[in-house]
Design a protein around this ligand. Structure first.
Ligand code: UD1
Length: 389
């Protein structure tokens, strides 16, 4: 430790959140920063990319996230407008706060927007969950990842493949630090508070008896534009879910994008079955309880691939690629793409007991945020000392 107290002239760490998958990553980071000696001063900025009760407020409560110091209230828009609007509203915050650095997590539009603003102002950018690559540039998140990592100053990774990806893109090794997975910090620290699936269904006004199947139940989420934005893609996926539900009851937590598209394309009938429970987006503790008790998970989410690996629950990922290869190599994740036959086969294997098992990857131990706090404080203090101010 270089100092007993934080230098008065070293500004706060601006911590940026924008969308739902950012919240579970930021919660342990904020806690670790305040528990560190000396505590790192922080300012929590919410861009407002996600804003409603289901996508935002419930998660803040569950994750014990403090109320944001500043909310930019950007809301939904096209990629260009959303990104530009975050930039326009974030710039005056950086000017006024004179932060020691700006810390961004994940790969959403807010991550890239705040990175661009900070880098142009020569404010160091810290990226948590750096170096993940799907090598699929049709994914908006891949563009956000590649660009954020190029201009970030300190990059924290969750798995060793990320370091290799960054090296391939010419990012100096000294900028990169392998710390483990803050999303798993959240999972481990909240596991004991997870809500039981029975309670979750009751609270949603659904009779929990639907889950009393000797085979258990499955959990479904879908929200990637590539799966849900076109009827010809979405309809066959919903049909195969309907088939699966005949073997295993399914709980499907519907993202607003997916719900809107099901309505728009008139596909609701495909899901009209007593064996398919449709729920709104769930709180963190409800989802954790549902996942932990599931026989299998069918999803196109990034985070669920990691959470199911940490929980040891088989996950069939409805995507052709993953930026989180360790969940396939070591964890319980299998890529099934959107081919109905592959989905059927994956489900059949799990139900017959020949599905894949896995192990928890290196440093997914609940202490990643602590490692970030330790490294970042040293890094900022050393940089401060070098600048002699
Ligand atoms: C965004 C992220 C994605 C992440 C996902 C998690 C980008 C490019 N994408 O995608 O990486 O996996 O969040 O959800 O940043 N909406 C609401 N309430 C809200 C927010 C959104 O109803 O609080 C609706 C709006 O109709 C909106 C749509 O959901 O148009 C999509 O929201 P948006 O933030 O544009 O993208 P996501 O699909 O959520």
């Amino acid at each position: 430790m270089l100092n007993e107290s934080w230098p008065a002239d070293l500004g706060p760490v601006i911590c940026v959140v924008g969308a739902r998958p950012n919240f579970m990553k930021m919660a342990p980071i904020l806690r670790a920063f305040s528990a560190h000696h000396p505590a790192l001063p922080t300012l929590l900025v919410h861009t407002g990319q996600h804003y409603d009760r289901d996508m935002n407020d419930r998660l803040f409560v569950d994750l014990r996230l403090p109320h944001p110091d500043i909310n930019l209230e950007v809301g939904s828009a096209t990629h260009a407008v959303q990104t530009a609007e975050v930039m326009r509203r974030f710039e005056p915050v950086v000017d006024a706060q004179r932060p020691s650095c700006v810390l961004v997590v994940g790969d959403v539009n807010s991550t890239l927007a705040c990175t661009l603003v900070s880098a142009k102002k020569e404010v160091p950018v810290v990226h948590v969950e750096a170096g993940l690559r799907s090598y699929d540039r049709a994914m908006p998140e891949e563009i956000n990842r590649v660009l954020t990592d190029q201009i970030a100053d300190r990059l924290y990774t969750t798995e060793r493949s990320a370091q290799a990806n960054l090296a391939r893109e010419g990012i100096a090794e000294e900028r990169v630090c392998f710390v483990g997975n803050v999303m798993i910090d959240s999972l481990l620290s909240n596991r004991e508070f997870a809500h039981s699936p029975t309670k979750t269904l009751q609270m949603a006004g659904v009779d929990p008896a639907v889950l009393d199947d000797p085979r258990g139940y499955g959990v479904v989420t879908l929200h990637r534009p590539s799966n849900v934005d076109r009827a010809e893609q979405l309809a066959p996926l919903l049909s195969v879910l309907r088939e699966v539900s005949e073997q295993l009851p399914l709980v499907f937590a519907l993202h607003p994008r997916t719900r809107a598209n099901i309505d728009r394309f008139g596909l609701g009938e495909l899901l009209a079955s007593p064996r398919i429970v449709l729920l709104p987006p769930q709180g963190y503790l409800e989802m954790l309880g549902l996942l932990a008790g599931a026989k299998l998970v069918l999803s196109d989410s990034g985070g669920l691939q990691e959470e199911t690996t940490a929980l040891g629950v088989p996950c069939l990922t409805i995507r052709e690629n993953t930026e989180r290869p360790i969940t396939v190599e070591q964890g319980t994740n299998t890529l099934v793409g959107c081919d109905p036959q592959a989905i059927r086969k994956g489900v059949a294997e799990i139900l017959s007991g020949t599905g894949k098992t896995g192990r928890v990857p290196e440093l997914w131990d609940g202490r990643a945020a602590e490692r970030i706090a330790a490294d970042l404080s040293q890094w900022l203090l050393a940089r401060h000392a070098r600048r002699g101010s």
